[in-house]
Design a protein around this ligand. Sequence first.
Ligand SMILES: [Zn+2]
Length: 439
Amino acid sequence: MMKPSIIARALRKIDRELQLSVIKETGASLRNLALSESDLAKRQDEMLRRIVKHAYETVPYYRELFDSASLKPSDISGTKDLYKIPVTSKHDLQNADCISSSFDRSQLLETTTGGSTGIPLHIFMEKKTAARRVAEGRRILYLHGYKAFYKKLILAFHTYTPDFINKLGFYRQEAVPWDADLKEQTDRIASYKPDVIEGYPSRLGLLADHILLNEISLPKPKFIVTNSEMLYPEVRDKIERAFGCEVVNVYDSEEFGQVAWECTRHNLHVNADTRIIEILDNGNPAGQGTPGEVVCTDLINYAMPLIRYKIGDIASWSAKKCECGIAYPVLSGITGRASEYLVMPSGKRISSTVVYIPPSIPGIVQYQIVQTAPACLDVKIVRAKDFTEETARKIKEHLTGSTGIRDVRLHYVSSIRKTKRAKFRRFIPLSNHGPGKER
Ligand SMILES: [Zn+2]
C-alpha cells in the first residue's frame, strides 16, 4: 500500500522554479479544502471529462479500452457515467502503451511500484503533477498546524538531499537511514528536535517499543505522520504513547500519491479535489460500511492517465459526516490488501485481517504470519520481555480458532525481514511468499 517515496524522488529532481510552483500549488490545494460538496462534484465532473477526452485521444491503451466497450469520451459526462468505463488493473498496464503521446518521455519523472503481485509498474508524470503531489503532502501537514519553518524528521526508506529552499530554513527535513539501529534513531530525534516526524508505521512502532521499554525521554514532536503501510490501531496507540503526540495517518500509493488523509478529527478524507475514489463490491458501488476494492481515477496525471485503476486495497465508506468542515468523503478505514487473503483448509478465502494477533495477547514486539501451505501457518515472532509459554499457547489458540488451521509453527526471531523498500508486511499469503517480494 501507499507511498511517499515518489515525492522524495520527485523533490530531488524538481528544479528551483518548480519548488516555487510547489508553494503556489500548496496555496491552491489548501483553498480547495473549502469546496462544498456540490462544488467538488462539479469540479470532478469537469476534470473527468477533460482527462477522459485526453486519454482517448492520446493514449493507445485507453483508445483501445474505450473502443472495445463501444464508448466515446462524450458518453462520460461526469462521475455518474464512470461505471461505463472498464476497470483497469496493474496487470493490464504492464505491457500496454499507456503514456500519452502529447509528452516527451525523457522529460517525465518516473517512479515504480513494488512488485508483490508480479512485475512492477512504471508510473510517469510531468514535473507539474509531481509538484502538485508534493503540495498535497504539505496540505496535510498544514491542516495539522504545520509551519514552513518547522523541522521534519523522516523515518522511512528514502534519503533526502537538502535543496536551496531547505537551506533558507523552509520545509527543512532530514531522514534517518532505514538501517540505523534504535539508539541511533532516538539519538537523532534528541539532537534534531523535529517538530514533525514522518515514517512507516512498522518502523515507528518498533521505535515506540524501545522508547517505552527503556523509558527514554525525547523532545515531543507536534505530531507524527504515518504512511506507506497499514497502520494498525495498537501500533498507533503505542506510537502516540511513546512520542506523546497524535498520529496523523495518510493512505497513499505509488500510482496516485496521497489517496486519503486524516483531518484534525482523525477521519480519513479522500483526496477528492484531484482524485475520484470508488469502492467496488463485486464490480458495483459498495454501500456504506461494506468493504470493497479501492478504484481510483487520477484527475491530474496527464502524462500517464490512470482512469478507474484498481489499487489493490480493500476499504469501506464511512457513514459519518465529518464535523471538521471539509466536505471530502470519508473512508472508515483501509482493511487490507485485496491480494492478501488467507486460504482456509476448506479452500475458502478470507481476509488476512482475521489472523492478526489481538493486542490483548501481551509479550509481542512484532510478528509476521506466513501461510506456507493451505494447512500450515508459520509465525515469526520478535518477543518482548513479558512473552511466556502462555503467550505462545494463546497465539496458537487464536490462529487455529480463527482459521481452522491446526499446524501453527512459532519461530522466535530477533527481527523480521522487510521488503526491498523496507516495508513491513504482517501477513504473507500462500501465493506470494518470499522475503524479496513486495507490493
Ligand atoms: Zn474531517
